[in-house]
Design a protein around this ligand. Structure first.
Ligand SMILES: C[S@@+](CC[C@H](N)C(=O)[O-])C[C@H]1O[C@@H](n2cnc3c(N)ncnc32)[C@H](O)[C@@H]1O
Length: 254
């Protein structure tokens, strides 16, 4: 049987998350990445996975030369349709399974943003991080931005449920169930609104920040810094969100 994530990232997924991340939010996040990483026009970026190119596009507009990679046909086709007037020497997209090495390398930075690993086994996550390691040049960096177990446990401890009213009026709800022994969270998404109703289910392996750093190290990367989400603020496990989302920067040794 094919793993869930090979069919999960489809038009239904897009119609929800495209509303959560409108162009202005994506521009703001791209700007934050630019500043966190001290990027310069002409730098070579790998956005992997890139989804529908929500960050690849504004990063290319800021002056980076971007390759966006994703396994989903829908995501890559949508990203390509939305590329606007950016020529292929500034922005390209490739459909590829990141568990396998890329044929291209020498990137200055590789991005893995919005909780884009933890979909299969730990060995598969390691394979994805190795692909990112091999794709950046010696001295190049890998940024991983993600939800994590401390944040999720803080959320559970507050008795919170994740729900959203989307701009088109759709009500979106996630009734997740976390198995703290396996470390896997079962995501149960339900939505109802003017475009229709539906549900989706997924199993997400939820690592602690420590485990994420260990995986990066096992992939040959050295920890450099950690930020609280898309910000220049250092990551600290404090407050009701246990530090919030984690953005780790790791470097491929020279
Ligand atoms: C949560 S989305 C995030 C996408 C993008 N980084 C963003 O910020 O919108 C996760 C993406 O990972 C892609 N993905 C999952 N496993 C993959 C794999 N093994 N190889 C390539 N892409 C993968 C999915 O197709 C999906 O588009």
């Amino acid at each position: 049987m094919s793993p869930w994530w090979q069919s999960f990232f489809d038009h239904d997924y897009l119609s929800i998350w495209d509303q959560v991340f409108p162009a202005e939010t994506n521009q703001t996040q791209a700007g934050a990445l630019w500043s966190m990483l001290g990027l310069q026009p002409g730098c070579c970026l790998l956005d992997a996975p890139c989804g529908w190119g929500r960050l690849s596009l504004p990063l290319a507009r800021l002056g980076a030369v971007v390759l966006g990679v994703d396994q989903s046909e829908t995501m890559i086709a949508t990203a390509d349709q939305r590329r606007g007037d950016l020529p292929p020497d500034r922005l390209r997209y490739l459909r590829h399974d990141l568990r396998q090495p890329l044929l291209e390398s020498g990137f200055d930075v590789a991005l893995n943003v919005f909780t884009s690993f933890g979909y299969g086994t730990e060995d598969e996550d390691l394979a994805i991080f190795r692909t990112l390691h091999d794709a950046v040049r010696p001295g190049g960096r890998v940024l991983v931005e993600t939800n994590h177990r401390d944040l999720m446990c803080a959320f559970i401890a507050r008795g919170s449920k994740f729900s959203l009213r989307l701009p088109d009026g759709t009500l979106f709800l996630d009734e997740a169930q976390f198995d703290s022994l396996s470390g896997v969270s079962r995501l149960n998404w339900y939505w109802h609104g003017p475009r229709g109703s539906g549900e989706k289910h997924a199993d997400w392996r939820c690592y602690t920040p420590t485990q994420i750093l260990t995986l990066l190290q096992r992939a040959g990367l050295q920890f450099q810094s950690a930020f609280s989400g898309f910000s220049n603020a250092p990551f600290k496990a404090e407050g009701p969100e246990a530090g919030g989302r984690l953005a780790v920067v790791a470097i491929r040794p020279e």
